[in-house]
Every structure is written in structure tokens, then in C-alpha cells.
Design a protein around this ligand. Structure first.
Ligand SMILES: [Zn+2]
Ligand SMILES: [Zn+2]
Ligand SMILES: [Zn+2]
Length: 136
């Protein structure tokens, strides 16, 4: 609990019951979480408040969006280097084809993409699919 409160205040987010509960959930899970995952893990929480919390966390650099192979939106915890409206999540994501869990692979940086000079890269996402350690 104390950890989450501190984590929130270091990102200039006031602690509320919902915010602490959502952050705890991300800290306990190694995988990316969808809105449905979050809702089912936090029964009784108001849905709109949950969505607002996710938006706040994303704006403040606590979590980042992850899209899986079927383009389903999930969220994953950011590294320490992310901040207010600034994300540095330059890593690949791994999606298990069996359990469908999506994980941040922070050790593997995104490859550098060289585009023809008329183009400018603004965003690069890379999801690798395969078998996770539990499903191998
Ligand atoms: Zn981030
Ligand atoms: Zn798996
Ligand atoms: Zn990630």
C-alpha cells in the first residue's frame, strides 16, 4: 500500500482508493492488463472512475498502452524513465499464443528503423508472439 502511495506522489498524482487499487494491481502483475482484466479484478469499483484512472496514469507516465496481435488494448506499467506526457517505452512486447498474456520485454530495445529521408518515424511498436515460459 505504502509503495503505491509513494509511487503515485512521485508522479504528482493524488492518492485515492481507486488509484491505489489500480496501481497495486499493476504492481502485482507482470503482464499487461486489459480494461476487462482490471474490472474483473476490482469488482465494485465504478467503471467510469476506473477508466479515468487509466487515462490519468497514462498521461502521467505510469502506464503505457500495449496492443496485442488482435489489436486489443492493454496497459502495462512504465519504467521509471517515463513522466508527465513523456513516455520512453522503447522496448518490445511479447504475446503468448497459448495464454494470451502480453509482457513488456524491457531488456530488448526496439530495432532502429531507417526510413527514406522523406519520412519521419513518430511511433514504433513491435509485438513478438510465441510461447511464454509457463506454456512452453
Ligand atoms: Zn511509459
Ligand atoms: Zn503462455
Ligand atoms: Zn511495455
Amino acid at each position: 500500500m505504502a509503495d503505491s502511495t509513494q509511487h503515485l506522489s512521485s508522479h504528482n498524482i493524488r492518492s485515492t482508493e481507486t488509484r491505489v487499487a489500480v496501481l497495486d494491481l499493476f504492481l502485482e502483475n507482470k503482464q499487461a492488463l486489459s480494461k476487462q482484466d482490471i474490472e474483473s479484478n476490482l469488482p465494485g469499483q465504478d467503471r467510469i472512475t476506473l477508466y479515468r484512472t487509466l487515462k490519468t496514469f497514462e498521461d502521467k507516465g505510469l502506464i503505457h498502452k500495449v496492443f496485442n496481435s488482435s489489436n486489443k488494448l492493454k496497459y502495462a506499467l512504465c519504467s521509471e524513465s517515463c513522466g508527465h506526457e513523456e513516455h520512453n517505452d522503447q522496448h518490445i512486447h511479447f504475446e503468448c499464443t497459448v495464454c494470451k498474456q502480453t509482457t513488456c520485454i524491457e531488456e530488448v530495445p526496439l530495432p532502429k528503423i531507417e526510413l527514406p529521408k522523406d519520412y519521419l518515424v513518430q511511433k514504433l511498436e513491435l509485438t513478438v508472439s510465441g510461447l511464454c515460459n509457463n506454456c512452453k
